[in-house]
Design a protein around this ligand. Structure first.
Ligand code: AMP
Length: 126
């Protein structure tokens, strides 16, 4: 179910549990600002999620309330993960779903990285 992007942070969300090592994940990369791991239900041959370590519900929350260091560290981590995975050539797609119309399901900011085949048009029409 899609969440409300303005809701308060829920420490029991599944990505908070992953950050606390309470449930397993297939880690791709980790540093002080970010954790990257394989999506449990991949929508492309390569589907990685990158999340900030801080308690941010959504891109809206993070871009408004994250520190400059957290934001720079997170953005650099996303680029690093894609580069290290060899995605720059032939290319990849980033996606962040925000709130109900964005169909965000997990209330901890995450950026999806998709790659591994031609990904087609940006959105389904209609
Ligand atoms: P979104 O709709 O943008 O909130 O996407 C949430 C994503 O989290 C989906 O692609 C799910 O497959 C993924 N997901 C949910 N639970 C897990 C988990 N335990 N480990 C990895 N990915 C997950």
């Amino acid at each position: 179910m899609a969440i409300d992007a303005t809701q308060p942070y829920d420490d029991e969300n599944i990505f908070a549990k992953i950050l606390r090592d309470e449930i397993p994940n297939k880690t791709v990369y980790e540093d002080e600002h970010a954790l990257a791991f394989h999506d449990i239900n991949p929508q492309a041959p390569h589907h990685i999620l990158v999340i900030p370590k801080g308690r941010y519900v959504s891109w809206d929350d993070f871009s408004a309330n994250g520190s400059d260091g957290e934001i720079a560290g997170f953005v650099r981590a996303v680029g690093h993960v894609a580069r290290e995975a060899g995605m720059v050539e032939p290319g990849y797609r980033l996606l962040a779903n925000i709130g109900k119309d964005g169909h965000q399901e997990v209330p901890h900011l995450h950026v999806h990285i998709f790659a591994g085949k031609p990904l087609g048009p940006m959105l389904m029409r209609g």
